[in-house]
Design a protein around this ligand. Structure first.
Ligand code: 3H9
Length: 656
């Protein structure tokens, strides 16, 4: 065994040097790995008995990319572009044996190799834009030489991950090997000995129609509002077809370094590590989750159907229950329609749709839930309805089965208390559409047992959700902060701003939709009902804005009603002078004089309102860490990830 560094080893067999990167957990390209790889390449070049080289990762990952933790530090030699250039320039063949995820710099290493073989479970991506940067070791210049400009734009500007199968079709891979990967790669390397080498960087970029390139760019950038990196990625990929490799690489490097030090990259790095931190719950270390193979869903409305689809997508068997045969049939049709949409968009094929439908049981008989390991209720958000259901379920499900409520505002402790085993109850607060939205608030009730909570987290991960643990409070983390955001938006109205100005300011900040557009989309009636419920206990001295109440009384219940904060002739959002008049009239009724409010003030006040409520959630112990709150707002409420979240913004302090 040869040791090229602490985490890069080699062994020679039949004239082939097998270079193995062994740097858990993800074989990131830290300084030691780069040093080891470089030394291994030199050893291969200098040793006459070695005719070719194979690079492989130890464990489940090939290479997880550059070491993100090193981004804030001064670079150490050899930098990754130097290592990558050495691979491509090697006079002896180099084969990448992609045994698992090849991400970012990891894929760039593979792109520079003379041949790429992957196992069927390998995944490939250049996800740099998700960290606010662009690939910095040749990805934007070499990938288009293999797959063409439109496909490279699609992959690099969105950062999306492709399977080995798709990568083979696209031309990123030369072979997918379902047998022994290392042996196949060694055999391939032997075949290359003596043959002329194909160097990716020397290939011409396949010519493509400009319309296809423009269309790929438009599509990739459609969801990247306010972010710099995807735009830069498109520019660099286009450049690959216009400039020699050396110029493209120089421009890529300059862009990578500039973006790496940007505010957006700092925010997105923070979000990356926040997601990893969220998975760590202090007192759950070593607690084993219960096995969950069958999930029961009670209620097959929009939410229940979405939850069912998320579970079916995760390979779980679903028993979905409705009150009447008609409702169950409608629910089944809704679930099938969601799967059909996935089928039409190519996300699943016919066989996987059939497999999902075969795992779905729909029924009106609650007793069918005796087979479930976990039952999630998604019925009407009413305490009496939910409590009664839980009492029934308590007598039906196995003693070790878990019961979860998907309530948004009710007290899950009260629901749990109605059962004989409150320790098996928790909240699983999904966001609509539940098969799409990543966020899942996992609510720990007073009596929830540790392994029940651990199961909630494990199920969330299986459903490919981002679980955030939170304590019991009205609205949990997200809706409590959203209420504060709503309150501040309404104060701003009274102070002198109009809905369209507030929306525009928040949209310019990076929200896909401003608050009033969101209220209209969601419908105003639920918040109206809550305000009416709270009226009796509201502090009479507290500032209360009654404009929304007047809108509701006038039947302006939002988009579905065709009128809300805006009007929607033909479904398109339009400013409504009637709303402006109502706002002016309500200000006058309170004797308030409108003043000019700047967009900056709007943003500041809205962000501060969220951060202040966030601080309260932390001090009450509802949220475990500030970064959990940011993740909730980013993944559930459209807060722009590249700004880091309200708590991150607050911690940065006011802008100069
Ligand atoms: C890049 O490559 C730039 C180049 O183009 C240019 C260079 C010049 N670095 O996610 P997990 C840690 S940009 C450092 O729970 P999984 C992670 O923090 C990079 N640390 O595992 C966690 O640590 P801890 C492009 C990293 O199995 C632990 O590993 N690459 C890195 O669910 C386990 O992580 C990416 O963006 C890293 N690159 O998923 C890939 N990656 O235990 C980002 C992970 O202390 N990584 N860690 O909390 C991933 O997508 C997933 O981690 C991966 C494994 C799929 C690899």
């Amino acid at each position: 065994m040869l040791a090229f560094s602490d985490n890069v080893h080699g062994r020679v067999s039949d004239g082939i040097l097998l270079i193995e990167i062994d740097h858990p957990p993800v074989n990131a390209l830290s300084a030691g790995v780069r040093k080891g790889l470089f030394a291994a390449l030199k050893h291969g070049a200098d040793t006459s008995a070695i005719e070719a080289m194979v690079i492989v990762g130890a464990g489940k990952v090939f290479i997880g990319g550059a070491d993100i933790r090193e981004f804030g530090q001064p670079p150490t030699e050899p930098i990754l572009p130097t290592v990558v250039a050495a691979i491509e320039a090697s006079a002896k063949p180099v084969v990448a044996a992609i045994n698992g995820a090849a991400l970012g710099g990891g894929l760039e290493v593979a792109l520079a190799a003379h041949r790429r073989i992957a196992s069927p479970t390998a995944t490939l991506a250049l996800p740099e834009v998700k960290l606010g940067i662009v690939p910095g070791a040749g990805g934007t210049q070499r990938l288009p030489r293999l797959v063409g400009v439109p496909a490279a734009i699609d992959l690099i500007a969105t950062g999306r991950t492709v399977s080995a199968e798709e990568a083979l079709k696209l031309g990123v891979l030369d072979q997918v090997q379902s047998g022994a990967l290392k042996a196949a790669a060694i055999a391939e390397a032997q075949l290359l000995v003596g043959a002329p080498l194909t160097r990716t960087g020397e290939r011409a970029v396949p010519p493509g129609p400009i319309e296809a390139i423009d269309a790929a760019a438009t599509k990739a950038l459609a969801r990247s509002r306010g972010q710099t990196a995807p735009q830069e990625a498109v520019r660099l990929v286009r450049l690959s077809a216009e400039q020699p490799l050396a110029n493209g690489l120089a421009e890529e490097r300059e862009t990578f370094l500039r973006l790496r030090d940007s505010d957006q990259a700092a925010a997105l790095r923070y979000v990356f590590f926040a997601e990893r931190a969220a998975a760590k719950v202090a007192d759950l270390e070593g607690v084993a989750p219960r096995a969950v193979e069958t999930i029961g869903v009670v209620g097959m409305g929009l939410m229940g159907s979405g939850i069912a689809v998320a579970a079916l997508d995760a390979g779980i068997t679903v028993v979905a229950v409705e009150q009447s045969g008609d409702a169950a049939a409608k629910g089944r049709a809704r679930i099938e329609a969601l799967l059909d949409r996935a089928l039409q968009s190519g996300r699943i094929d016919d066989a996987s749709k059939s497999d999902r439908m075969a795992r779905l049981v729909t029924t009106t008989d609650l007793h069918t839930l005796s087979a479930a390991d976990l039952v999630i209720e998604a019925v009407f958000d009413d305490l009496a309805v939910k409590t009664e259901l839980f009492v029934q379920l308590d007598g039906i499900v196995r003693a070790d089965a878990i019961l979860a409520t998907n309530t948004s505002y009710l007290d899950p402790d009260a629901i749990a208390a109605a059962t004989t085993r409150p320790e098996r109850v928790l909240g699983l607060h999904f966001f609509s559409p539940a098969n799409v939205m990543r966020l899942l608030e996992v609510v720990r009730c007073v009596r929830t047992a540790p392994d029940v909570l651990a199961t909630g987290l494990a199920v969330a991960k299986k459903l490919r959700k981002l679980p955030i643990v939170c304590g019991v409070t009205e609205g949990f983390i997200g809706n409590r902060i959203f209420s504060a955001y709503r309150r501040e938006a309404e104060f701003l109205l009274e102070d002198g701003a109009l809905p369209q100005q507030i929306d525009a300011a928040m949209e310019a900040y990076g929200f896909a939709m401003g608050p009033f557009a969101v209220f209209d989309l969601a419908g105003l009636e639920i918040a109206w009902a809550r305000r009416k419920r709270q009226a009796a206990t509201r502090d009479p001295k507290a500032r209360y804005v009654d404009i929304a109440d007047h809108l509701c009384e006038a039947g302006r219940l939002g988009m579905k009603a065709g009128r809300g904060w805006y009007r929607y002739p033909d479904g398109k959002r339009e400013i409504d002078p009637e709303v402006t008049a109502l706002i002016e009239q309500r200000r006058a009724a309170k004797g308030l004089v409108a003043r000019t409010i700047s967009d900056d003030e709007i943003r500041q006040r809205m962000l501060t309102a969220m951060a202040t409520e966030g601080a309260a959630l932390l001090s009450e112990g509802i949220a475990a860490r500030a970064s959990d709150i940011d993740l909730v707002m980013i993944n559930g409420y459209g807060f722009p990830a590249h700004m880091g979240g309200p708590m991150f913004e607050q911690a940065k302090g006011p802008k100069a």
